[in-house]
Design a protein. Structure first.
Length: 128
């Protein structure tokens, strides 16, 4: 069920008790993707932020949508009934960094408008 809402083959979530979950910016936009679950996302850039079942004391915060995602490793593989077969072979594919994939002139023009991995300055997200 996560492929369409996140636009990818899976979604990495960190389970957090609602009373411990805090957003550092404005309230997110939300969408009820089913009769039981609500998805929250940034209305400015579309980044998926969280998933929660109605009446739950827990929220699934997207690991990739948080600051310092490398600090949170998954501990459970949930929803395996919908796994796409090629996901298991990703680790065997050749790797390329984003920087190496850009030509020098494109690299020089590149400006990232996504939220930085720290509290953003007041003028974020920059020019649109």
């Amino acid at each position: 069920m996560c492929e369409k809402p996140v636009g990818g083959p899976f979604c990495a979530l960190a389970a957090v008790r609602l009373e411990h979950f805090t957003l550092t910016r404005e309230a997110p936009a939300s969408f009820f993707g089913s009769s039981l679950g609500q998805r929250e996302f940034c209305a400015a850039c579309g980044t998926p932020l969280a998933f929660r079942y109605d009446h739950s004391k827990w929220i699934g915060a997207t690991i990739g949508g948080r600051c310092r995602p490398k600090e949170v490793a998954p501990t459970n593989h949930f929803g395996v009934e919908i796994c796409i077969g090629w996901v298991d072979s990703l680790g065997a594919l050749p790797v390329t960094t984003t920087d190496a994939d850009l030509s020098p002139d494109r690299r020089q023009k590149f400006v990232n408008y996504q939220h930085p991995d720290h509290d953003a300055p007041a003028q974020w997200p920059g020019p649109q």
